[in-house]
Write a protein that binds this ligand. Sequence first.
Ligand code: HEC
Length: 136
Amino acid sequence: MRLAFIVAVAFGLGVTTVANADEVALDPITGLKMAEDWELVRNNCTACHSAKLITQQRGSEAQWLGMIRWMQKKQNLWPFDPDTEGRIIGYLAENYPPQADRRRAAIPPDLQPPNPFAPATKTNTNKGEPDAGTSR
Ligand code: HEC
């Protein structure tokens, strides 16, 4: 009974990871996109830290290379031969490319509670009342 449940859940997860044909399936262990050369990245990039550090990051080829050079200089990351490095950079820039804006937009002042610690400014004349459309 319990086994049947576990099997059902396992299959359920399996189906959801490959549900959309356009989307690349994720490795259930690292969360890396299982696109070409992903094992090269898993083998070289998850020894010191979680793959989450990679999957939450975005960058162009130059930006990814910059991060790798920084780790090689400061964090004891080993050197790569040019072919391996090129394939790792290619995978990263292809699957985790730059994105214009990954942060949520700032919350407009009129949707925030009054800030009693805000420095007094010319426009901040309200005394604990919600911002009534002062110029900002
Ligand atoms: C020898 C150890 C080591 C290996 C192997 C390694 N890293 Fe790192 N990496 C680090 C350390 C240490 C940090 C800093 C961790 C922290 O800030 O907590 C880091 C940070 C990062 C960050 C975060 C950078 C930022 O700006 O926040 C990314 C992205 C990253 N590594 C990607 C990779 C990739 C891609 C590879 C494979 C090419 C890799 N790492 C292999 C040691 C390593």
